[in-house]
Design a protein around this ligand. Structure first.
Ligand code: SF4
Length: 153
């Protein structure tokens, strides 16, 4: 089974109430090869919500306790991001997910790029909190761009 970010599956769960449907992901869902999860909703957030970015490092640093996740109003939301990551890991184990496809750039789901914590639209190399936790537990994480380039459906 493949697990995917809910927003890539067309669900309007992003911070601003939108989705970012990916047609490759949609095909996987339609053929029952994938299930969708949203780490931020699993962490206790609702939609819409304030956007958040990682300050002081990336998702791995958040898990180590040397970086934090802060929303645009300055509220420290680190614990909810960590909770969402562990809930997603549990779902991945329940579904025996072999690959997890996560939305690039998100402080939860980014797998190679995230925003730099300035809320100015600047991206830097790094992974989100959920992507980092899944990888630490031996689960393959790819972005939607990587999936599209390697799957022939
Ligand atoms: S946490 Fe992940 S699945 Fe949920 S809206 Fe953000 S990018 Fe999409």
């Amino acid at each position: 089974m493949i697990m995917v970010s809910s927003c890539l599956a067309g669900m309007k769960v992003r911070y601003n109430g939108t989705a970012c449907l990916d047609v490759t992901i949609q095909k996987l869902l339609d053929s029952h090869q994938a299930v969708a999860v949203c780490p931020e909703l699993l962490g206790g957030f609702s939609t819409p919500r304030e956007p958040a970015e990682i300050i002081g490092g990336d998702g791995a640093a958040v898990l180590e306790g040397t970086a934090k996740v802060v929303d645009r109003l300055g509220t420290d939301v680190t614990e909810m991001y960590i909770k969402g990551a562990y809930e997603t890991l549990e779902k991945a184990r329940q579904y025996a997910a072999t690959t997890v496809v996560l939305k690039e750039n998100s402080p939860s789901c980014g797998s190679s790029m995230i925003y730099n914590g300035d809320f100015a639209g600047q991206r830097v190399p790094g992974e989100g909190v959920t992507a980092a936790l899944l990888r630490l537990n031996g689960i393959e994480v790819v972005s939607e761009e990587q999936l599209s380039s390697r799957l022939v459906l």
